[in-house]
Write a protein that binds this ligand. Structure first.
Ligand code: EPZ
Length: 423
């Protein structure tokens, strides 16, 4: 068990390079199993979710080689099984993509119900509705989902809720189905476009990704390919918020600025300066930031995954800010931790009302989920005194080398062993 110790009060300055997008990687890696030829995936973030997925692919029979520069070579030619390891799968949410992929390749899939962050009820009814529309039978027994189809046949599927996971999972199952599948009310996140681009590079026929209607014409065979994953807009947004919150001056490099428009707009409203380059965004904090209101929405709205980091910044801006979390009703578990640090936040259902305070004070806090952990790091960076963050394994699931990147920007942050557990 490790913890992060942060001495607050340093303004972040310099430049930071953003890693590949976690939420694209966790779909693209399983998608490799749709072919039996070798795929090379570049720009993978070195995070625990990617490591766990590489173990799952290996266990299913693939040969996997991960280089230190974020390049993974996967040979799936020996994959015969369609039952994913229960223990590994239950460690991560995105394991649900194995359902669409194994169903698409073998017409069979046995996969445990997904794990992942505790951020509210996380049903997968829209994924299942999609698979059933394609002709699959789905049974859930003892927390294991069994999917089976003699033949997958294209269909029109209307999503009742705009769901990233369901949109991607249905694409994965449909790329080799007979005929045309249309997903209506699809999610439009950049990683959906990235997964569609990857599938098309393998020889699939997916059109309309990035709009609310995606058309997939089934093909018989997919081939191996080389593919580079897009930069992670949530990691980029996290560093942008950290720069503004510490009153710093940080250039976030290797990004697609268009993907960052929602966070850019909100930081500008607080009074921060944001300067967009072709592949970078520079954020310069101001001395007297203003509170702002935020409503989380599917892309291109303000991303729920940046709500928690942004909450921290709003704790130390002037005036009152109101946050409406419209995607995950339970995504306020960081609030109790921030309160220990002197934040004034009242949560009522999906709404959080934040009264800006002069400063946060360092305290011992616990990362309750991935983005809550990132938020607490920012809280530690701006707080007076020392902040100690426990349960940082949540952060390691989704951020590559976060403390090393922060140290290069001038932060005083250190990873330490939990001595109470060292004999
Ligand atoms: C993805 O989760 C991301 N995870 C989440 O990122 C992100 O918060 C979320 O999209 C929204 O952007 C991955 O990509 C692995 P959804 P996902 O299906 O696909 C409801 C992070 O921090 N819903 O778009 O699981 C659901 O309850 C993580 O990186 C149904 O009702 O999210 C939620 O309210 C956390 N039925 C809403 O839709 C369904 O079948 C959006 O969920 C599916 C979803």
């Amino acid at each position: 068990m490790e913890r992060l110790l942060i001495k607050g009060g340093k303004k972040l300055a310099g430049s930071v390079r953003i890693s590949g997008a976690k939420n694209a990687a966790v779909a693209i890696l399983p998608a490799v199993l749709l072919t039996d030829e070798i795929c090379v995936i570049e720009n993978l973030p070195y995070i625990d979710d990617v490591i766990v997925l590489s173990e799952i692919l290996t266990e299913l029979g693939a040969k996997v080689k991960l280089d230190s520069n974020g390049r993974m070579t996967i040979d799936p030619s020996n994959v015969k099984g369609y039952t994913a390891n229960y223990e590994m799968v239950s460690r991560m949410r995105a394991s649900y993509y194995l359902l669409g992929v194994l169903l698409g390749r073998f017409g069979r899939a046995n996969v445990a119900l997904p794990g992942g962050c505790e951020i509210g009820e996380r049903p997968i009814d829209q994924h299942i509705k999609g698979f059933e529309a394609l002709g699959a039978n789905i049974d859930i027994e003892n927390c294991i989902i069994h999917a089976r189809a003699d033949e997958l046949v294209g269909s029109e599927i209307y999503l009742d809720i705009v769901s990233v996971g369901a949109t991607i999972n249905i694409m994965l199952a449909a790329v080799k189905a007979n005929g045309t599948t249309t997903i209506v009310n699809a999610a439009k996140e950049p990683h959906i476009v990235d997964v569609a681009n990857f599938l098309n590079t393998m020889g699939a026929n997916v059109k309309g990704a990035g709009t609310d209607t995606i058309k997939i014409v089934g093909v018989q065979k997919l081939k191996g390919c080389e593919y580079t994953i897009i930069p992670d807009q949530i990691e980029a947004g996290t560093f942008m918020v950290a720069a503004a919150a510490t009153g710093g001056d940080v250039t976030v490099e290797g990004v697609i600025p268009k993907h960052l428009e929602a966070i850019t707009a909100k930081l500008l409203e607080t009074g921060a300066k944001v300067i967009e380059g072709d592949e970078d965004v520079r954020v310069i904090g101001c001395t007297d930031p203003r509170g702002v209101n935020i409503k989380t929405l599917p892309y291109p709205g303000f991303p729920t995954d940046l709500q928690q980091p942004m909450t921290v910044f709003l704790c130390i801006t002037n005036g009152t800010s109101i946050i409406t979390e419209s995607v995950w009703e339970g995504r306020y578990r960081h609030v109790a931790e921030l309160t220990k640090m002197g934040a004034e936040i009242k949560v009522d259902g999906r709404t959080a009302i934040i009264e800006g305070v002069d400063e946060l004070i360092g305290a011992k806090v616990s990362a309750t989920d991935l983005r809550a952990g990132a938020a607490l790091i920012i809280a530690g960076l701006v707080a007076e005194g020392v902040t100690e963050i426990e349960n940082i394994y949540h952060i390691d699931r989704g951020y590559e080398n976060i403390e090393r990147k922060l140290i290069r920007l001038g932060a005083d942050i250190e990873r330490v062993e939990d001595r109470s557990l060292v004999v």
